[in-house]
Write a protein that binds this ligand. Structure first.
Ligand SMILES: *Cc1c(COP(=O)(O)O)cnc(C)c1O
Length: 384
């Protein structure tokens, strides 16, 4: 099935299916081979060329969901981010980067770009002025992430694509936290959409993968760099990711619903001093989020009163697991200062607004009552 007019659940279940001509099985067979014929064939297939049958099938599904012409899958979100950035940046070029982005992407930029002679500036905030004031004569790319991890800040997609078009810049977005079910940045004029498929696309906390969706022309450019850097994904994991994505829209719907309920409950709780969730009317960018997102994701962050022992709170949770990653079907929680943003250092964290006691909750698809009950019993046990 190809049409972009079909519903999102049908895209998840069927688009890109590899037909099993030999046995007529109902789902895509897994082509577990790295060796394809080179005589009398139209394309030379090889896993690192991103063009095996299972890779091509999954790319069609991702492209259909992101409303793009084309897509590529990578061995990790960081492989997708690094390859895409380096596809559009050469020595002497400059890139404007949104303040607060995923910790790994931040490290990639500050540790690797100087080696390539690529210049960069982080914005001071999220306004038009914050972005335009950083653009220089040699700027080629604007890089954003919305909602951002872990503070769920919102960047205006229309504004970014307008600025970029005026100046002839390429826009890259990390769309991991939203997922294509909640946000399709290409509809707003963003050029390149990147995912850590380790998160919602995979959704079961068991695989590491990345994806990029863009126009045919941009994907060609990323492909040329990608085949040299070699960040392709193993065939088995490609197949697992296709399997996971069949339930993506269903899962996201439940994540959205649960997170909104949990965010509202936290907001009303006197023990909680702040809740960061774009689906709450109290979020400074609620209106903007509503205008560019179909749902507000399963991610939220919050801060507790000082009278709560955070370490004891985390230990007291029985259902919600303190763990590194996010976006699985199970609820997980972490303290960014100790994990995802630990390498930034206290000063940089403070600059980015990431409090030392901040907690990031990835709301799963369990019954919402059970998630809330677990938070409540852990709060009670951790009052100093
Ligand atoms: C996890 C994550 C990444 C990096 O993905 P990996 O698959 O771990 O390489 C990038 N961006 C965001 C927003 C993430 O949450």
């Amino acid at each position: 099935m190809k049409s972009k007019k079909i519903g999102v659940n049908t895209i998840c279940t069927h688009v890109g299916d590899v037909e099993d001509k030999q046995f007529k099985g109902a789902i895509s067979p897994l082509y577990m081979t790295n060796s394809y014929a080179y005589e009398d064939v139209k394309v030379l297939r090889y896993p690192r060329y991103f063009n095996t049958p299972n890779q091509e099938a999954l790319c069609k599904k991702i492209a259909a969901l992101e409303h793009s012409d084309s897509a590529l899958i990578f061995g990790s979100g960081m492989a997708a981010i690094s390859t895409s950035m380096l596809a559009f940046l050469n020595e002497g070029d400059h890139v404007v980067i949104q303040k607060t982005i995923y910790g790994g992407a931040y490290n990639f930029i500050v540790e690797e770009f100087p080696k390539f002679g690529i210049e960069f500036d982080f914005t001071e905030g999220f306004s038009e002025e914050d972005f335009t004031s950083k653009i220089k004569n040699n700027t080629k790319v604007i890089y954003i992430e919305t909602p951002s991890n872990p503070l769920l800040q919102i960047t205006d997609l229309n504004m970014i694509s307008r600025i970029a078009k005026e100046k002839g810049l390429v826009t890259l977005i990390d769309n991991t936290v939203a997922s294509p079910i909640n946000q399709t940045p290409i509809d707003f004029g963003i050029d390149v959409v990147i995912h850590s498929a380790t998160k919602y696309l995979g959704g079961h906390s068991d695989i590491c993968a990345g994806a990029v969706a863009a126009s045919e022309e941009h994907i060609k450019r990323i492909w040329k760099v990608g085949k040299n850097f070699g960040g392709s994904l193993s065939e088995y994991t490609v197949w697992l990711l296709e399997r996971s994505m069949k339930t993506l829209a269903l899962r996201i719907k439940k994540h959205n619903k649960n997170a909104k309920k949990v965010a509202k409950w936290l907001y009303k709780n006197p023990i909680v001093t702040r809740v960061y969730y774009p689906g709450l009317k109290s979020h400074p960018d609620y209106k903007l989020a509503k205008s560019q997102m179909k749902g507000f994701t399963g991610m939220l962050s919050f801060e507790l009163k000082e009278s709560i022992d955070t370490a004891l709170f985390l230990k007291s949770l029985q259902l919600i697991k303190p763990s590194m990653s996010l976006a699985g079907v199970e609820s997980t929680i972490l303290a960014p200062a100790k994990t995802s943003h630990a390498l930034l250092g206290k000063e940089e964290r403070k600059k980015q607004g990431i409090g030392e006691g901040l907690l990031r909750l990835s709301v799963g698809i369990e019954n919402k009552k059970d998630i809330i009950n677990d938070l409540e019993q852990a709060f009670e046990k951790s009052i100093i």
